[in-house]
Design a protein around this ligand. Structure first.
Ligand code: BTN
Length: 324
């Protein structure tokens, strides 16, 4: 990530509370002292507590707990990630990432935000995105045919679950890609793509995670399980784990991720209904698992059906969705 503001934040963080003179900062970053002062003011507006004294310089007292590039980028470790842009607020990180992808942004470009004013969910729904969550969208350019894209959302869900488990938050998955804690929705994934007839141009995978509080009354948040979880730690853990799962998928296909997906699944053995995006019922029966293409396997009166897309509800909605 290459903004000068982020460089100033990084230099102050690296000084571990010691003062850095405006002159030294300006020299090291190749900018003017006026520019340093401007970036310090901008960082303060993001919630950084930065003290200053004449003849001494600037020192960092505390950084905000927020899903902003200045906090998330230094925590990321996976080499898939090449760029992290964004800020405290945007309309939708998926819209921003799609714009960047269309303009040629490379695989591994991340857009994040502290909140969204127009967050979007699956089936054209709204994704409530107040401060206190992780809102991230990543540009991927998988070497796949368009017909092989369906499992990408499941792979991202496995990554999100892995990243959260690494922080002590054990979640379950509801096919295709809802992330649940104690049967309540904790995170959602929205995958959007552009493809030609025989080749994928780009995939944007958007991830929303409730961290400090649930955006909906029936939702869950990471702090229900890990009260001290920091928002930027959640963002980085999830993004790095998504990169790991994606790499396995690119080299081995969904078959290489399937066992992990099955272990995280919460529907197996349950009586379910599946509806398509227009609300039409496409299947009902007992969910058995997923196949190597990521399709949901449902056994019913007429045998086993492989469903590629849709929305699942439990036939008995009074039962909890999962024991996790
Ligand atoms: C769903 O479960 O319906 C999917 C929700 C996806 C929400 C994320 S938040 C980051 C990215 N930007 C968006 O507008 N949506 C996705």
């Amino acid at each position: 990530m290459a903004t000068r503001r982020a460089d100033v934040a990084s230099a102050l963080r690296g000084a571990s509370g010691r003062a850095l003179s405006g002159e030294a900062l300006a020299r090291d970053l190749g900018i003017s002292r006026t520019a340093v002062a401007k970036h310090v003011a901008s960082l303060r507006s993001l919630g950084y507590a930065i003290e200053a004294a004449p003849g001494v310089g600037y020192w960092l007292v505390s950084a905000p707990d927020a899903c902003i590039p200045e906090e998330v980028w230094p925590r990321l470790g996976d080499l898939l990630w090449v760029e992290c842009t964004g800020g405290p607020q945007t309309r939708s990180t998926n819209d921003d990432a799609k714009r960047l992808a269309q303009a040629g942004a490379g695989e591994g470009t991340i857009v994040i935000a502290g909140r969204q004013s127009g967050g979007r969910g699956r089936f054209g729904r709204t994704w409530a995105s107040p401060e206190g969550g992780v809102y991230a969208s990543v540009v991927l350019r998988p070497p796949l045919a368009p017909s092989e894209l369906a499992p990408v959302a499941l792979v991202v869900a496995v990554g999100v679950a892995r990243g959260l488990a690494g922080l002590g938050c054990e979640v379950g998955l509801k096919w295709p890609n809802d992330v649940l804690l104690g049967g309540r929705k904790l995170a959602g994934i929205l995958v959007e793509t552009a493809a030609e007839v025989d080749c994928v141009e780009w995939v944007v995978a958007g991830i929303g995670v409730n961290v400090a509080g649930a955006a909906y009354a029936d939702g869950a948040c990471v702090r229900d399980a890990v009260p001290e979880a920091a928002i930027a730690d959640v963002a980085a853990a999830v993004l790095d784990a998504v990169a790991g799962a994606y790499r396995v998928f690119c080299s081995g296909g969904f078959a290489a991720v399937r066992e992990e997906y099955l272990a995280l699944g919460t529907l197996w053995g349950r009586q379910v209904l599946v509806h398509d995006s227009l609300g039409r019922r496409v299947a009902d029966g007992v969910a058995q698992g997923v196949d190597d293409a990521g399709a949901l396997l449902i056994s019913g009166d007429s045998g086993t059906l492989a469903v590629m897309a849709g929305e699942v509800t439990l036939a008995d909605t009074h039962e909890p969705l999962t024991e996790r």
